[in-house]
Design a protein around this ligand. Sequence first.
Ligand SMILES: *Cc1c(COP(=O)(O)O)cnc(C)c1O
Length: 444
Amino acid sequence: MDSKFLPDRWYNLMADLPQAVPPARHPLTHAPLSPDDMAMLFPMACIEQEVSTDRYIPIPEEVREIYGIWRPTPLRRARRLEKALDTPARIYYKYEGASPVGSHKPNTAVAQAYYNRVEGVKKLTTETGAGQWGSALAMAGAFMDISVDVYMVKASYDLKPGRRLIMQSFGATVTPSPSEKTEAGRAILAANPDSPGSLGIAIAEAVEAAIRDPQAKYSLGSVLNHVLIHQSVIGEEALRQMDELGVYPDVVIGCAGGGSNFGGLAFPFLGEKLRTGRDTRFIAAEPEACPSLTRGKYTYDFGDVAKQTPLIKMHTLGHTFVPPAIHAGGLRYHGMAPLVSLAHELGLVEARAYHQIPCFEAALQFMRAEGILPAPETSHAIRATIDEALEAKEKGEERVILFNFSGHGFMDITSYQAYFNGELQNYTYPQGLVDDALRLLPNI
Ligand SMILES: *Cc1c(COP(=O)(O)O)cnc(C)c1O
């Protein structure tokens, strides 16, 4: 692989946004967080990145060496998909499925494990939904010699043993959440012994476990500013790769759960737009079953259901949100990254919500043309991409589309089985439930 494309720096959108990101606030006092408040959970280097307005942040050499195992990831043109759609649009994708665990998530996992190790941390606790984040952190922990405790959403723990086994193979401990190991878990189980769990609940457990152990810190796989900074390696690389090809995207697309793979690809291009006035559109694609960006409110909310995490200003469906169990994808978090939320609020990023059946159709269309099975999350980006390509065809427009292929679906094959068996339903999250949850938001 051509390592000249592997950047030696991350990009930070906070340097170029016309407005500052509102500060995170203390869960009890509601005062802006001090670095000390965050020091219980995160290493100092990540806390500094969380509030940094430096445009570029150097990638530590050891992290860059590990990136070199799978980076630069391929930037491919989906010519056969273009042909199948009979579109004048050119479709490029950044293949993050090339990482050892099959998604973009190790880009931040490796960086976070590195900074924790440098600061003497012995254990990382975290949550995982479908298991992608847990396997990324488990791998990073193995590389950096830190033990990793993963609280895995129970529905996925039962449905996706493959990823659980990968985490265990890397040496991590995996606990189904809600669990009896934490107060937060016990409270949920007391109220509902059959709770399928949710990312919010698993976060509450992982945070509690980190706070109780002085040797441990907590690690989050999406949402936070430092995570989006680490993921910018995707977009920085894509800028260089597209430059080599002599093309530039008219539209940049990513699926959005917590916002990190979308921000990771889009923000370096958004920075170009903000600095040089380039005419690029940005589309975040999310599920109708968890529509935080399209139907959530931009306001301060907790990151977890136990109200332990700092309050962050973001698009949210309410911290009490429990995603419908029928939804196959892993885009199930109630909130959206503050940076993606602010960019959307400022009109710099469009959001679209899709039902899962048309997303699976798009994924299979992609697979039959290009050969790679997409993760159910990624299928949302592919749906948006195909819709853009078809619109370009209708308008007779040449259009360069770049999307983030956030991960492959080889470990999610049971979701496809459900699709083939006709077991999937389109589900619109009821507005009444959104309104109810929003009434429980803190008053800031
Ligand atoms: C985790 C994950 C996502 C969603 O998370 P973001 O932080 O929004 O990127 C999307 N795609 C894949 C393959 C994932 O593993």
